[in-house]
Design a protein around this ligand. Sequence first.
Ligand code: SAM
Length: 280
Amino acid sequence: MAESLQTTKKPSSKQIEDVLYHYASLFVQECTFELGWRDLSKDIVMDVGSGRNLNCSNVILKEFPDVRALIAIDKDQSVFETPDHLDERISCYVANILYKDTLKPFISKIDKVISTNVIHKISRKRPIFQNVYRMLKPGGEAAFFFLLDSCYYQFLTKLLKIPKFKDMFKGRYNPNMYPKHRRYLYYKDMLEDVGFCDVVSKVEEKIYPHPSEEDWKNALYAAYKDSFEISPESVDEIKEIAFQIYLRTIERYEGEPCYRVLSISLFCKKEKSTKILCEV
Ligand SMILES: C[S@@+](CC[C@H](N)C(=O)[O-])C[C@H]1O[C@@H](n2cnc3c(N)ncnc32)[C@H](O)[C@@H]1O
């Protein structure tokens, strides 16, 4: 385990747009280091909560072009409806990681599971890990990256206290999304309890300095616009009000506004010879 603080170079607006790809890319690199991923030519890899852009799957294809097969699952059917380009080595399935019935075809069939930026969106974590355990072959490995806290969430919380924004809200908000006691030991213990071994848990705080005001306003708007009913004529006004609230809400780093996230990376293995699978 480790806890660390990292500041990154000033992001361009393109990098902000591509932040999920960026996280997936860094995380696959971490898998090569923590789990010794080198040759995946015999491995079936599953990307859990792949999303529309299949970021993890695409990074794996780039880094391990000889991977045997990639299985992308997502609970939302629409993410697979209009793929820009789908590599023939990726198979997409609609499945919910919380429901083992939807995962039946994969039980004890998967060599490696990876998931980035999905698990913080799901309140019940234990069934996720249990189902991943079920899908792995003996000796299989899993790697999870998700957020433990984010200044965007603090901003959203503030926004929803303002009647104007509360009335426009059509998204989902979990008031207990990032409980403070759930940090590296909490999830390490949970994985061990489910049956995983060699669990490595790393918590990291990342601080992204403020880019240009216009880029920041637009990136922020892109993040919340689908959660609010915003009429086209009020977009500019909403962008400005929300941005000012954001500036007042978030913390500063060396006097400057910044974007701060706390993330966890978990790496674990299923024993080569496993006993009876733990049932819920
Ligand atoms: C923020 S996107 C992340 C996409 C991708 N993993 C990445 O890092 O770019 C989260 C995705 O997880 C999917 N998801 C959320 N809950 C899920 C569940 N219970 N089972 C499967 N997919 C889920 C959502 O539909 C969405 O496509």
